[in-house]
Unconditional design. Structure first.
Length: 301
């Protein structure tokens, strides 16, 4: 069986992340969605022999059971979302079969990547699946690892760092001293997380710098973003309700009680910037010292 990851484009619902990446190229814990789906498919299809060509839309992150089912199909099929969007199909010639083909139904464990906060859930799934340490970099003395750590080549964890949960750090990153990294967190290649910074359940893409005294919680941060000292992402409503976020002019329930910020590429925050929960910052924007980000921050604002 052959696999093709369809071109997911740059859907506006995924802004500001889709300003910098097409959906299939968005990195999750350092590897694109396309590459991760291909890896998972190869594992699922090892023992399967079928004449079908499988096509998957990158917005579909199938459960292991669903992926095995797709890889094992021997007759043409279509898998659709509740709104009718075709998420996957199998055919002998690679073309989408007609509507009379076998209609498959997804399961409760699949994830549909429709909005920026879905990447937090995807990171939780991918990083949360780690079961053992894999350390290629350097862990200095007086570092506590209370969980699982995957550390890339050339990266260093400095004294006083406390790691709790499951954490992946890419290549040539510098973490510490005296940081608290927890939850299911990914820190990308060439990142710098410095003195007294706390990162919780977040995803930092390559070359992100948070040098001093910042808190990044339940957030997705685009490449080359720099956090001024004391930048704080709030992630919890006082009333404990789910966070809402503005998408294409509509205020949507994210389904998350803990949700920080979605920050695009090349963002720079001034010192002591405070970001309200669920806010989005578009690529290239900046804040001034002491700014409070109450609404999504667009380049023209």
């Amino acid at each position: 069986m052959k696999l093709e990851i369809r071109d997911g484009g740059k859907p506006s619902e995924l802004l500001p992340l889709s300003c910098s990446f097409a959906l299939q190229d968005l990195p999750v814990a350092g590897i694109s969605i396309k590459e991760r789906l291909e890896q998972r498919f190869q594992q699922a299809a090892v023992s399967q022999k079928t004449p079908l060509h499988l096509s998957i839309h990158p917005s579909l992150w199938p459960s292991d059971a669903l992926l095995r089912q797709l890889a094992g199909c021997v007759t043409p099929f279509r898998l659709c979302a509740a709104d009718g969007q075709v998420l996957a199909w199998g055919s002998r010639d690679g073309k989408e079969p007609d509507g009379d083909s076998n209609a498959l139904v997804g399961d409760d464990d699949e994830l549909l990547i429709r909005y920026p906060w879905d990447f937090l859930r995807l990171c939780e799934i991918v990083v949360g699946a780690l079961s053992s340490d894999h350390i290629l970099g350097t862990v200095r003395e007086r570092v506590t690892i209370d969980g699982v750590l995957e550390l890339g080549e050339g990266s260093v964890i400095l004294p006083g760092v406390y790691i709790e949960g499951k954490v992946v750090v890419g290549k040539n990153a510098k973490i510490g001293p005296n940081c608290y990294i927890r939850g299911t967190t990914y820190i990308g290649d060439n990142c710098h997380v410095g003195q007294a910074v706390e990162i919780k359940n977040s995803m930092l893409m390559e070359k992100v710098a948070a040098g001093h005294l910042s808190y990044i919680g339940d957030s997705v941060v685009g490449p080359r973003t720099n956090f001024g000292a004391g930048t704080i992402t709030a992630n919890f409503r006082h009333d404990g309700k789910n966070h809402r976020s503005m998408v294409c002019g509509k205020l949507l329930d994210t389904g998350r009680r803990k949700f920080g910020a979605i920050i695009g590429a090349d963002v720079h925050t001034g010192i002591h910037t405070a970001i309200y929960p669920g806010r989005k910052l578009w690529p290239g924007v900046s804040t001034r010292p002491g700014d409070v980000v109450q609404y999504d921050l667009h380049p023209e604002e």
